[in-house]
Every structure is written in C-alpha cells, then in structure tokens.
Design a binder for this molecule. Structure first.
Ligand code: URA
Length: 239
C-alpha cells in the first residue's frame, strides 16, 4: 500500500506539496473514482490511478541534480566504496537510476542522476560536444602556454583531445587554481591534461554540465529533482 501523494509525486516527478495540491483539486481518480485526500492509501499493483484521460503508471522519467561530495563512487554498487546512490534521499530513490557520465571518487560537484537512457546517451555522445566546466586546484605551476596547448587540442599519448578552454585564476608559488572547460569525458581527463602542463590536481569540482550550472544553494551531499527550466536546458543541449 502506498500513499496517494507519494505515488503522484514519484510518478509525475513533482514535489509532495505539488502532488497534494493536484489531488485536492479533484483531478485524480483511482479506478475511475475521484480521490481528493492526499493521505489515501491504495494498492498500486491492483488499482489504476488517472489524471484526466491519462493513466499515471509505469516508470516515469526522473532527473536529479546532485552536488556530489568526495568519497563516493559513481556506480550502482561497489564492494569497497559507498556510492552516490547511498546518499540519495529516500524520496528520490527508485530502480533503474544511473549517473550521466562519471566523476572520480574524489571529485565533487554537479552530477545528474536519471533513468532516461536516451537523453543520457545523446548528451554523452561525442557528436554533441556537451561542455563540462571544472574548477581545480593543484600543486605545481602551469606551463605558460597551457591555454594555447589546450585550445589547439592536447595530445595525451596517442589520444588527440578536442579543444578545451583553460582559464588560469592563479599559478604561483607552486600552486595553481584554474577553470577548465572540456567537451569530452575521457578517463581522468582533467587530471591528465593538467598533469601534462605541470599541475597535479588536488581538488576538482564540476561547476557546469551541458549548460546547467551547479546551483549555489545545493550543498555538497544534497540532491533534488531538476526544475522544468533546468530540464529544458539539458534537453536543448542534446538537440
Ligand atoms: N576529469 C577528471 O580527471 N576527473 C573527473 O572526475 C572528471 C573529469
């Protein structure tokens, strides 16, 4: 048995409060009968919930934004480490979720978690050149021509990278702070690129992905559903 407001909020990807308002407006029916109390409990496996002419059922698509803390891996399960799914609030947990791309265990910042395989595939496909911006700190001073090297497309061994934008914030006394925007997602890409120009990354945070910036009010370890406007931005990047 599940509460109606919980069911609606999960299946329509809206907040509990919005679900309550929707239910109270008298637009929700269970097996054809209007139910306007949010706390009503029913058997989701046997009864059909509808909104207007449409049935609300099946797995709805969900899009979650997380400010990933360090110390968690982007995997559905891990024998050794805790995963980002371990810190997802209960209300956002469901089967079939995965991360859109991966951040290293020690990387923090913007991470999208979803069950929309198609959108994820499009955003991660090399064809779409989706930009990801990182803030980094590291030891060592960056080579003076690092921004030009990155702009031309750095070679990592036999791997030729796409052009990237490096903005040095400071690089002195053996310490560097910078922002780097890349459009690919190769293994440890930022750390390897920076290493190539003399900087060993000690702190890495993703601050934007596919046109979405990490919201200032989303603290490390927190996650929430994307707003409609944020989802529009993501979808736009996948066109
Ligand atoms: N590049 C890295 O080196 N690590 C990340 O987690 C993301 C990009």
């Amino acid at each position: 048995m599940i509460r109606l407001d919980k069911y609606i909020s999960e299946h329509k990807n809206i907040t509990r409060k919005e679900a309550k308002t929707l239910i109270k407006s008298g637009k929700i029916k269970i097996d054809g009968k209007t139910v306007s109390s949010p706390e009503y409990k029913f058997d989701e496996t046997a009864e059909k919930v509808s909104l207007g002419e449409k049935t609300i059922d099946g797995e709805s698509l969900v899009y979650i934004i997380m400010n990933k803390p360090a110390g968690f891996v982007c995997a559905s399960e891990d024998k050794k480490d805790k995963t980002v799914f371990d810190i997802l609030p209960q209300s956002l947990k469901r089967k079939g979720l995965f991360t859109m791309g991966r951040l290293d265990k020690d990387t923090t910042g913007l991470l999208i978690i979803t069950n929309d395989g198609e959108l994820s595939h499009r955003l991660l496909s090399p064809k779409h050149h989706v930009n990801k911006e990182y803030y980094l700190e590291g030891t060592g001073e960056a080579a003076e021509n690092a921004p030009e090297l990155f702009e031309e497309g750095l070679s990592l061994g036999r791997l030729k990278l796409k052009p990237a934008e490096l903005k040095i914030i400071s690089s002195e006394k053996g310490q560097t702070k910078a922002r780097l925007t890349i459009s690919e997602g190769k293994f440890h890409q930022v750390k390897r690129m920076m290493y190539e120009v003399g900087v060993e990354v000690t702190y890495l945070k993703r601050i934007s992905f596919a046109g979405l910036s990490l919201p200032g009010d989303l603290n490390e370890g927190e996650a929430r559903p994307l707003t409609e406007d944020e989802l529009k931005i993501l979808k736009q990047s996948a066109l």
